[in-house]
Ligand binder design. Structure first.
Ligand code: CMC
Length: 437
């Protein structure tokens, strides 16, 4: 029996007993892996639902991908601590780990790398006819959401989600094409010609080449910046049942193809409460403008005028382990690029907030987005590319969830509601209506 099985067996011994005060009947519900089975509950109490609109108290899946303990600041992919992966691994290896459940052997990794590199090109029509049809100032996230959905029309076989080889092919395509779509959206927005992928470069170096190459035959990015991007991609690759992963699983549960489901997840990530927060942090720091304005800004937040962007997390109530790694990465990047002038404002904000009872009592700490934007800006990325940079690696996490969900033969996501609208009433002819009915 493994330690893990031991934990599971110990948990089964735990239970809660619920009494229905209307009938006096009781039911004992075992607590397994920290959860009670809602199906057992609803068999006992038909027609009584859990009201939990933001899923704050609901485990929406049994998942073996990412373990997150918010109280202890722990994040592990397939059991491996994020700190070790950030130090020793690379994004493509982490993507393999998330999708396949184990770290690859040397030959498995070579094959995986080869497959990804050889699927980075996009159909010419996606670029020329589709992406170049956007308005000149289109937000790259809007372009990305639409381009991902459009890809499903280029690969109609993707609908065959139950044939493992076909699904694996789409997974490789999606991971491989994200940087190409992302860089393509950027080049279009600044009126620069599209740069084709360079198969001689690694994943992150290739992305930077597609972003910044001008007339040189080969663009070789600074290795320190390539490594920093790789670490950021590792940190952003998955985060268990967050808003976008939930969108991916919900759409996937309807058996939509992986491109359409990824487009839905990307749309969720676009929101400022989720992946859009890194952009919001930079706007906030720019608005604050100087170190001296920090205390006044904090007072405004405490008075309820806006939020301190990049602070707080639904799950982490101690610290976000990704934020600690990102701070180190920032130092490495600033050594190459020079310090981002907004860094002093960010450090002062963190210092003031962490000493203030408003933030301490609500357990609000810097999250992954607080420092990532400063790094992206120092590397030359424009603000509206920040969330795109989050989406590129997160696609591997989304696809791991999609694959897991299909493997579990999950039922379609279909929550219930508590109805709070008008009671039954008769239709009123248009001439008989008053403004109130
Ligand atoms: N600044 C000021 N007050 C805050 C903040 C903040 N950033 N976040 C939460 N609060 C307060 C909130 O007003 C509430 O106070 P009270 O109890 O007096 O009403 C309390 O803290 C609890 O907040 P909540 O809204 O119930 O918390 P939540 O778990 O629903 O929201 C969150 C989590 C991340 C959406 C929120 O903290 C937030 O809006 N943060 C700023 C945006 C941000 O940085 N998002 C990135 C999240 S990490 C990356 C990712 O997921 O993509």
């Amino acid at each position: 029996m493994t330690a893990r099985d031991g934990r599971r067996m110990a948990a089964v011994a735990d239970s809660i007993t619920i009494t229905d005060n209307r009938s006096g009947q009781q039911v004992e519900l075992p607590i397994v892996n920290g959860a009670i089975d809602a199906k057992t509950f609803s068999k006992f109490l038909p027609g009584v639902w859990f009201l939990d609109p933001s899923f704050g108290a609901t485990a929406a899946a049994e998942s073996a991908i990412t373990e997150l303990d918010g109280e202890r600041g722990i994040l592990r992919y397939r059991g491996y601590p994020i700190e070790q992966l950030a130090e020793h691994s690379n994004y493509l290896e982490v993507a393999y780990l998330l999708i396949h459940g184990e770290l690859p052997t040397a030959s498995q990794f070579e094959q995986w790398r080869f497959d990804i590199i050889h699927h980075t090109f996009i159909h010419e029509n996606v670029r020329k006819r589709f992406m170049e049809g956007f308005h000149h100032d289109a937000h790259p996230m809007g372009m990305l959401v639409s381009a991902l959905a459009a890809l499903s029309t280029f690969y109609p076989e993707a609908k065959d989600i139950h044939t493992p080889d076909v699904l694996s092919k789409q997974i490789v395509r999606l991971i491989a094409k994200m940087p190409t779509l992302a860089a393509g959206a950027y080049r279009f927005s600044v009126g620069m010609p599209f740069v084709y992928p360079d198969n001689s470069l690694d994943f992150c170096a290739n992305f930077l080449s597609m972003m910044w190459k001008i007339a040189e035959p080969r663009y070789d990015a600074n290795p320190a910046l390539v490594r920093a991007l790789d670490v950021l991609f590792i940190l952003h690759a998955d985060h268990e049942q967050n808003c976008s992963a939930t969108a991916m699983r919900t759409v996937g549960s309807a058996h939509a193809d992986p491109y359409s489901a990824t487009a839905a997840a990307t749309a969720a990530l676009y929101g400022p409460r989720h992946g859009g927060a890194n952009e919001a942090v930079l706007k906030m720091l720019t608005e604050i403008g100087s170190y001296e304005n920090v205390p006044a800004f904090i007072d405004q937040v405490k008075a309820g005028n806006g939020r301190l962007q990049g602070f707080g997390h639904r799950v982490y109530k101690n610290y976000d382990p990704r934020a600690a790694i990102i701070k180190k990465t920032a130092d490495a990047v600033f050594e190459v690029t020079g310090k981002n002038p907004l860094l002093d404002i960010a450090l002062k904000l963190e210092e003031v907030a962490l000493a203030d009872d408003y933030f301490v009592s609500r357990k609000l700490y810097p999250n992954v987005d607080f420092y990532s934007g400063l790094i992206y800006q120092a590397m030359g990325f424009p603000l509206d590319m920040f969330t795109v940079l989050f989406a590129i690696p997160r696609v591997s996490g989304w696809l791991a969830h999609y694959k897991e969900l299909l493997g579990q033969d999950a039922r379609i996501a279909r929550p219930r509601q508590t109805y709070i609208g008008a009671p039954a009433r008769d239709y009123v002819a248009v001439g008989d209506r008053s403004p109130l009915n």
